[in-house]
Design a protein. Structure first.
Lengths: 79, 79
DNA sequence: ATATAATGTCCAAAATGTTTGACATTGAGC
DNA sequence: GCTCAATGTCAAACATTTTGGACATTATAT
């Protein structure tokens, strides 16, 4: 009688790539350097391989000068 | 010639405790259960010991039914 | 005074995010 | 053709977040 409600982890979505290309001329490596991360990390996050830490997420939206929720959203049932 | 610009990690601030007590009657354990985390995790995050993952942060603001930036903010130079 | 709920602490292990270095692919320009 | 910058991939180390269990403190109620 499985009464255990498993909370699905959900998936964090982002449009970093779109904003990076639309609002800046930054490469992944350059963005990484500006926000204190490596280019591999930017690649992985843009590709949705994993969600960034809160700190990194805030540094990214700050660099872009856009509101947080314009870059990151949440799909509760995703993946 | 230290040309290395260290990006400070910065500190993520939250007012989970205030909202939990003001807008809900939830205990830390109950909130934890609702958002799929343990009570130790809620305690640590409320106490500012570390920032939550993106997933957990989104599940929390979702439970509270308040905008993301009403709960979480960023102090770029903090700690 | 003792019972109970809520909060807090500590610790080790598990899970997730990040770095480093190396190498592969793609597209643009010469 | 070739070169070069940008992007992508992989694996191993490392850092941070999360868990589970045990135990302590505080306040409230009986």
């Amino acid at each position: 009688m499985s009464k255990l409600k498993k909370i699905p982890k959900g998936k964090v979505l982002n449009c970093i790539r779109r904003i990076r290309l639309a609002r800046t001329n930054l490469t992944q490596a350059e963005l990484g350097k500006l926000v204190g991360a490596t280019r591999q990390t930017i690649i992985a996050i843009e590709a949705g391989k994993y969600a960034p830490s809160m700190e990194l997420a805030f540094r990214i939206v700050r660099e872009f000068e856009v509101p947080f929720d314009e870059v990151f959203s949440f799909d509760p049932d995703g993946s």
